[in-house]
Design a protein around this ligand. Structure first.
Ligand SMILES: Cc1cc2nc3c(=O)[nH]c(=O)nc-3n(C[C@H](O)[C@H](O)[C@H](O)COP(=O)(O)OP(=O)(O)OC[C@H]3O[C@@H](n4cnc5c(N)ncnc54)[C@H](O)[C@@H]3O)c2cc1C
Length: 166
C-alpha cells in the first residue's frame, strides 16, 4: 500500500524499472521478480451495502462488501455469503428467492460483514500510521500478539472464520 502520489508514480514506471522496484521492496527474498500481468491500481477503501437483498435479489461477495486486502478477508467473507445462500436454498428449495429467504440471508450475514469491515478498516488505518510514536506502538502491539501463541492462534482462527478451538 502506498499514498496516491507514490502509487501513481509506480504505475507510470516502465516495466523494467517497476520490476527492479518490486525486487528491492521484497528484499530479493524470492529472487528477481517479474510482472505476471499488467499493473492495476486498487483504491484501498471499505464499502458495505446497507441491505444485502432486494426484490428477488441477493447481493453477495464484492457486490455487497469491499474491504482493503490487508486482512485477507474479502474472499473468505464472500465465500461465507455464498455458503449461507446455499444453506438457505437447501433448507427450503420451494422458497428460493422469496422475501423470507432473502431477509434470512440479510440477517444471517450483515453483522459478520460489518464487524469484519470495521476490523479491517482499523487494521488498514493502523498500517498507514507514519507518526513515529504511533508506528512504534503498532510494532510493539504486533510483536506482543505474535509472541503470545494462544492469542495469535485465536486471531488467525477469527480471520479464517473458524470456530475457536478448545
Ligand atoms: C489487490 C487485492 C488483493 C486481495 N487479496 C485478498 C486476499 O489475500 N484474501 C482474500 O480473501 N481476498 C482478497 N481480495 C479480495 C478478493 O479478491 C475479492 O473479495 C473476491 O475476488 C470477490 O469475489 P467476487 O466474485 O465478488 O468479485 P471478482 O472476483 O472481482 O469477480 C467479478 C467478475 O465479474 C466480472 N465482470 C465484471 N463486470 C462484468 C460484466 N458487466 N459482465 C460480465 N462479467 C463482469 C469480472 O471480470 C470478474 O471476473 C483481494 C482483492 C484485491 C483487489
Amino acid at each position: 500500500m502506498e499514498t496516491s502520489a507514490k502509487a501513481n508514480a509506480l504505475d507510470q514506471m516502465a516495466v523494467p524499472a517497476f520490476e527492479t522496484a518490486m525486487t528491492e521492496r521484497s528484499y530479493g527474498l524470492l529472487g528477481p521478480l517479474t510482472l505476471a500481468s499488467r499493473k492495476t491500481l486498487w483504491p484501498i477503501i471499505s464499502q458495505t451495502a446497507e441491505r444485502l437483498c432486494g426484490e428477488r435479489l441477493a447481493l453477495a461477495a464484492e457486490a455487497a462488501h469491499v474491504m482493503p486486502p490487508i486482512g485477507a478477508q474479502g474472499l473468505n467473507t464472500s465465500l461465507k455469503d455464498v455458503q449461507c445462500l446455499l444453506h438457505l436454498a437447501q433448507a427450503r428449495p420451494d422458497g428460493l428467492g422469496d422475501v423470507a429467504m432473502l431477509d434470512a440471508y440479510h440477517r444471517a450475514r450483515i453483522t459478520d460483514i460489518r464487524a469484519r469491515a470495521v476490523g479491517i478498516e482499523m487494521l488498514n488505518r493502523t498500517s498507514m500510521l507514519s507518526v513515529p510514536f504511533l508506528r512504534d506502538t503498532r510494532a510493539a502491539a504486533l510483536k506482543g500478539l505474535h509472541g503470545i501463541a494462544p492469542l495469535r492462534k485465536s486471531v488467525m482462527q477469527l480471520g479464517l472464520g473458524l470456530p475457536k478451538s478448545g
